[in-house]
Ligand binder design. Sequence first.
Ligand code: FES
Length: 576
Amino acid sequence: MKTNYRSAEWFYGRDELGMGHRAALRTMGVDVEAVKGRPVIGIANSWSELNNCNITLRTVAESVKVGVRAAGGLPLEFPTISLGEEFMKPSAMLYRNLMAMDLEETLRANPVDAVVLLSNCDKTGPAQLMGAASANLPAIQVNGGPRTAGVWHGIEIGSGTDLWKYWDEFRTGKITERDWRDLEECLSCSAGACNVMGTATTMSAMSEALGMMLPGTSSIAAGDPLRMLAAEASGRAIVALAERNVRPSDIMTPAAFDNAIRTCMALGGSTNAIVHLIAIAGRLGIELPLQRFDAIGRTVPCLANIKPSGEHLVHALHAAGGVPAIMKEIAAQLDLECVTGTGNSVGENLRGVQSSNAGVIRPLTNPVSPEGAIAVLWGNLAPGGAVVKTSAATRSLLEHIGRAMVFENYQDMLQRIENPDLDVDGDSVLVLKNCGPKGVPGMPEWGAIPVPAKLQRQGVTDMVRISDARMSGTAYGTVVLHVCPEAAAGGPLAIVETGDMIRLDVPNRQLELLVTGEEITRRMTHWRPPTTPHLRGYPRLYIDHVLQADLGCDFDFLRPKSAEELRFVPPVVGRS
Ligand code: FES
């Protein structure tokens, strides 16, 4: 068992400093002698009144502390910035890397031996895993859980997914103003994360699949008392991880990332998971090329019958056995030897697990869709790749040739999309530029361009849409996203013109602009990058250093470029 903890250098190192540090602990009511030789467990709390999805985390933190103390650790809770998808504009994604830096540097600068990461809303989970991977102190994650489902007109309402669906019905006059107001109340039924297989649910499931969150806990509802027990168990588990010095780099191995990608495909996970998993892996020097996602996607069927790919909500997934039951269905394709935060291997964690509802967690013999949830496309329109969530797309549009209607940016799209004279029909391909990582900046979830109301009235429910933006994990449709390189970085998307023909061929993984190479070259010579109003501060730093979507949109200076950089731990001695 480890006793020479990192924190001891603060409290029992050089005398004149140790005395001051011990005195500081005493001011918080901590009996320093009573905790001598025990690990200091940081609790990184992303609670914020600017983030309704994470609003329950104060209570979760108290239960974590109970577990930490019971196991003999000293819990010290600290705040981090929080990223609330609902309020942050233009996108919480812009600040994911900032949150990761906040966490990494807080851990590095303070007497913390291990950390419990409290997350929930979309970007808070991956930001914490990125920061924890870079700090590489023992870590475990606890999420806040999904919110309760409201019932409207006898229908269980899924966050986001049903909002997009009924927004289309409202703007085409199919439901009334009164219905729309009632729906708003339904969506406000409890705190917690979106209750469909959106990005928050997907990334919490990824944390489980990687081994960074206790198995079976990510889908426990925000208001379920079992969540407090999970938090307490996580508090005990982190002390054990600290004692055995099991670090994120021991858990998040290349094999663990493969397990996570397979689980993502079986869950019908969010396309955002691709960007985030690449970014987390990159912090550990692990390359996850888009080809890896596509290859795995071809071999793992979508099994979770959860919106937006399926019919049910996350509480049904939990009742059917949660993420472990999904992993059990695909166990033959997983590396069962991977170490997890429980101290046991994936295989040991899955012993005795089974799905209790074959309608919610489908067996391999009756999948929701035969291939995984997400496909990766390449072609002259996306030399660096693009993604499409096939499980939430219209089958008949997966092979499609159509005439492009181009919007130069998001404002252009908002101004023109409902113009009755817009020259589009159901076969048109809607193209949105300049919404990528550098473009806005922050690559907002603007990729699900609305189907024009005039077409919806004609019965068109889905169209091929292409952009360098992301899409909410709660959304659906035949939406090609993350086109790489983005338009603002000079990718071919920048020179697409209205009237060009575009071919989408998902079975052959192709996305082609049907324009000659000479014409593409001619247009590129006249292309100039868009101007940006961001001349200073964090948005400027972001534009200057963000990597493209195929590298996870991390900052270039945060990915270790050598084994030496990866192993570098700044010395503590001399801090005062
Ligand atoms: Fe926060 Fe969906 S908006 S989890």
